[in-house]
Ligand binder design. Sequence first.
Ligand code: NAD
Ligand code: DAU
Length: 356
Amino acid sequence: MQTLLVTGGAGFIGADFVLQARKTQWANIVNLDKLTYASNLQNLAELRGDPNYYFVQGDIGNPELVRYLLEHYQPDAIINFAAESHVDRSIFSPQDFIQTNIVGTFQLLEASRLYWQKLSSQKQKQFRFLHVSTDEVYGSLSSTDTPFREDTPYAPNSPYAASKAGADHLVRAYHHTYGLPTLTTNCSNNYGPRQFPEKLIPLTILNALDGKPLPIYGDGQNVRDWLYVADHCDALYLVLRQGQIGETYNIGGQNEQTNLAVVEKICAILDELVPQSGLRRSSLIAFIKDRPGHDRRYAIDCSKINRDLDWQPRENFDSGLVKTVQWYLSNSVWIDQVRSRAYRNWLKHNYEDRKA
Ligand code: NAD
Ligand code: DAU
């Protein structure tokens, strides 16, 4: 069985990946996570007592720690999920994004290079560094543009997107210059269980359950291409096992939705699953001041991963959204824990004084 060093495995997507890897027993996992506000060790509670899962609290930007982990656990691959991931926070305070997403990825790459160069030639050939990135590096599409391809030029618009683009360039350079066997994936918006409720879908679910306003930036016509998180993790597994070294792969849901349509769908699901007399949740929708520099549309052309690795999303948006809502309805303890004072402060910071 392989050993993987997963970074950021206590976050939304990383946790899903770690749980899948352990459930199917295809890899031993060492999970390095700094445990920022966005993480949650509850996400991985079912792995308690698993002898092939190790958790280490720490920073990908700490070269001594990363070097120690590589020497000690001798992983066959590294998957880098660790990042600051919320666009709105990157607009208020970009510093952490530069530090983790660019400097942190650099430190991880450098430690990986030094480790990889000392491996036997057989192990060197098998080693992989998989960097998990985003479609936001490509910028924004108009309604008539064709979806992002792997050769679409980078044009990041937010500090978050720019920091991810910087990291992607470093990964590319480490392959090109040193021959490090890297892979990069650029994925569209994920949704599903365990997503921190600062992002549109979980925020809408929790606010709607509380009868609070459902904030929609601008005119609600911005488009995102939504993918169920388990489908993203399936794609990452395939890229790791069968991807061509040095290549990048776009991953997307082939599922473009306006933000208004997404919020209306969630309202309809909640009205059916947990009806509240006299209330139609869509009446809570509140159009508020737009996100600065808000990208209008993202859409992914995933024909390369479909053709080369035979991947396509399995979940459809309607069933995936019902599953997601049901997960939040069944996990009130998780919800109570994430609604910390820091979370309430964030909501105040981002939404106060933002009436359209
Ligand atoms: P998340 O914010 O839910 O989780 C990020 C995790 O990284 C957290 O557990 C956090 O503690 C950890 N982390 C942050 N800084 C760290 C550091 N310096 N060292 C170690 N750990 C650190 O993010 P997510 O939504 O799960 O996204 C995971 C990755 O996938 C990110 O790289 C993100 O850019 C990318 N991505 C996300 C989406 C999406 O829709 N959520 C889509 C495409 C790509
Ligand atoms: O495209 C991939 C990216 O998707 C990932 O790289 C990011 O890590 C992830 O956060 C996500 O970025 P977005 O900015 O698209 O996600 P978010 O859920 O924050 O917003 C989705 C859309 O909804 C976006 O157009 C902004 C809008 N929105 C968001 C919030 C939080 C609102 O209208 N109201 C809100 O309150």
